[in-house]
Design a protein around this ligand. Sequence first.
Ligand code: ATP
Length: 365
Amino acid sequence: MKVELQNLTKIFPSRNKKSGEDVVAVNNFTFTIPDGTLVGLLGPSGCGKSTTLYMISGLQKPTSGRILFGDEDVTDLSPVNRGIGLVFQNYALYPHMTVKQNILFPLQNLRGKDKMSKEQMLERAQEAARLVQIDGLMDRKPSELSGGQQQRVAIARALVKMPRVLLLDEPLSNLDARLRLQTREEIRRIQKETGITTVFVTHDQEEAMSISDVIVVMKLGVVQQVGKPQEIYDSPTNLFVAKFLGTPPINVFKGSVQGGKLYIGDAAVLDVNGVEDQDVTVAIRPEGFELDENGALVCELSNVEVMGRDVSVVSRHSASINPIIRSIINADNKIDVTSKTVSYTLKPHKVFLFNAETEERIYFE
Ligand code: ATP
């Protein structure tokens, strides 16, 4: 099911009529989610991702804009009539019911032409349970399940009505690190198997990158960039997106362009053709540094952390905006840890320039 968001805006009026300002939680969001795609809505707390999800679900009404499922305008439909499955961070299973009863529950409430026979319901519940691999636990109560198993029951409950669109709001937040990984792979598998168009809300960039076909990065209610995870990582449109994606985080410096050369401090570190002379903000991915004793970017060496295949070199520079610079270097390189400095050349495709004021990307050749 294709989902179309047309100029979606949500404004929460201020509670304090005299002095408070309205909150624009989502600002003019236009985007088409292709059928069968898993879209990750990504951004820091308060950027409007949950509000977007709730508008798609029908739990919240947009202030303006339309939502279409396929060719059907669902903007004014209630959540039950939209055919959505919703999973929250707090999976909120009914504690007094067994797993089976929990999964059956949404089917028992169906009325009219959708009403199902007991056999049909049981068959559907079994199928949903099989999909999330909890069919062996049908007679347990939620308290007898691990967090990951409970979340799977919540997903089965959302899937059992065969939703047109599956909406997941931080579904992994309550799980420990290992379960998070496992459950996110599960969600990906289930989504691929069912082909249900899915929207996945998270503030965790790694989670969004690993699970999504397409990521939407949001900030203060405004969409910053939409694209495949790798495309966004490789070509961020502004400094916010560059900083939000990637671990270790991108390294940011004050710099300037003069005569087609990029300067960090007094050193010309890269040729940047096609850019006018100006002050810039320079962002360099940790894998964008190459050790080179004649390299132009000379940093003060702090320490070297061994990470197995790679080492992480921690250094400092007076033009660095962050307290430390972290580069990732192949462990085959020999690093003199007693040296006071470390010198680098830069890989041009891992270096991004941004306007020092607007923080928008400046492209160079
Ligand atoms: P989080 O990850 O913390 O859940 P989010 O990106 O999902 O954040 P939203 O919950 O969509 O963000 O909130 C977006 C903005 O709208 C925030 O500034 C929030 O305070 C505000 N907001 C959300 N719900 C309401 C409400 N019911 N009334 C007033 N303001 C609200």
